[in-house]
Write a protein that binds this ligand. Structure first.
Ligand SMILES: *Cc1c(COP(=O)(O)O)cnc(C)c1O
Length: 389
């Protein structure tokens, strides 16, 4: 098991992003951790080795990434997976048949699919509720509830969950609180502070930030949970290779710089959209009229570059998504480049239509991931495309 280096936790997040989990190579002094491209390790004698036996169990490049992201979240333990979904899969495998999970209804589409189409078959039960309504969350509790699984802000409706309240509720019934922190990242929100037991990331998004790796992480401060996660990494094997770990580690070094820029430009783009007569509604927690703006200010230190806009007409949504030139039409988010997407037919196509409708995820909703390009260019791009809708 790889525990975070103690000294890393004393530094500010900018310093942790650059240095945590990495020490110069003892043999050569190389400042960057090597890509340990190996499947096995030579042993000194039977049962005598350097802590590394087989690369599914442990790899030193992966160790560095795990310690780095754990330090970013202020946690003791990190576990890297081959994708965000593999990380979610491992978290659900901490539970057993008969266990009940309460999940945010506007959770990532793939998370909903994994729960409903895989874990239900294994005998687990799920209640999808609007976790921003704490009474709904409380009402969904059952004696067999073992986990509350939330995402905040949610994708793509940008709803918030009161982490402090969710943490207290989970504690009161002895359930685990799992928080998918992919959207906010530890730069803007640290769920551990609010009692989260498990923090998940699709590192594919902001943590790596360069749209060139698919990966996932689970962070925890609980040694027993960490042991179970390490067991699952080894037993089920959904681990990242050393190259992916290395690339992701290169991405996290600039997390602070990128998040500041996503936030700065995100606020400008959201404000521009609010003032545009062709936009019915903008979902962005940084806007003063977002219904949970006060909560956003209380539990987040910034709002980032993710937002959705309602155009009131599916045809216009399609035309906008297909007309931008800098904003590329693509799934995913959180990279340096700006992306535009149509959640109903792309990221959330696997969510049943009635469920989409209930949460306001209409066919005329467009999602933006505002990148780090010149924000004036981005606004000009949207302006030009809006005229074509
Ligand atoms: C993308 C995403 C996932 C899934 O991660 P992958 O790396 O694509 O497997 C999970 N949660 C959120 C919030 C995401 O955006």
């Amino acid at each position: 098991m790889t525990r975070v280096f103690d000294e890393d936790l004393h530094h500010g997040i900018e310093t942790r992003a650059v240095h945590a989990g990495q020490k110069p190579d003892e043999v050569t002094g190389a400042i960057m951790p090597p890509v340990y491209q190996t499947s096995t390790y030579v042993q000194d004698g039977i049962g005598r080795h350097k802590g590394f036996e087989y690369a599914r169990t442990r790899n030193a490049t992966r160790d560095a990434l795990e310690r780095n992201v754990a330090a970013l979240e202020g946690c003791q333990f990190g576990h890297a997976f081959s994708s965000g979904m593999a990380a979610t899969d491992a978290v659900l495998k901490l539970l057993s048949a008969g266990d009940h999970v309460i999940c945010e209804e506007n959770v990532y589409g793939g998370t909903h699919r994994l729960m409903e189409q895989v874990f239900v078959r294994m005998g687990m039960t799920f209640s999808f509720v609007e976790t921003r309504n704490l009474e709904d969350l409380e009402k969904a509790l059952r004696p067999e509830t073992r986990m509350i699984f939330v995402e905040t802000p949610t994708n793509p409706m940008m709803r918030l969950v009161d982490l402090d309240a969710a943490g207290k509720l989970a504690k009161s019934v002895g359930a685990l609180l799992a928080v998918d922190n992919t959207f906010a990242t530890p730069y803007f929100q640290t769920p551990l502070k609010y009692g989260a037991d498990l923090i998940l990331h699709s590192t594919t998004k902001f943590l790596n930030g360069h749209s060139d790796v698919v990966g996932g992480m689970v962070l925890t401060n609980d040694e027993e949970l960490s042991e179970k996660l390490a067991f699952l990494q080894n037993a089920a094997g959904a681990i990242p290779g050393p190259w992916d770990a290395w690339l992701t580690l290169r991405g996290t070094k600039t997390l602070a710089l990128r998040m500041k820029r996503h936030d700065e430009s995100g606020r400008k783009v959201a404000q521009w959209l609010v003032e545009h007569p062709g936009v019915d509604k903008v979902y962005y927690p940084g806007l003063r009229d977002h219904p949970q703006h006060e909560l956003a200010k209380a539990q987040m230190t910034g709002f980032g570059g993710m937002m959705s806009l309602e155009l009131g007409d599916p045809g216009r949504a399609h035309r906008l998504a297909e007309s931008t030139e800098i904003f590329a039409l693509a799934e995913s988010l959180g990279g340096v480049e700006s992306l535009i997407g149509h959640p109903a037919s792309m990221t959330h196509a696997s969510v049943p239509r009635e469920m989409r409708a209930a949460m306001g995820l209409t066919d005329s909703l467009v999602r933006l991931s505002v990148g780090i390009e010149d924000v004036d260019d981005l606004i000009e791009d949207l302006d030009r495309a809006m005229k074509l809708t």
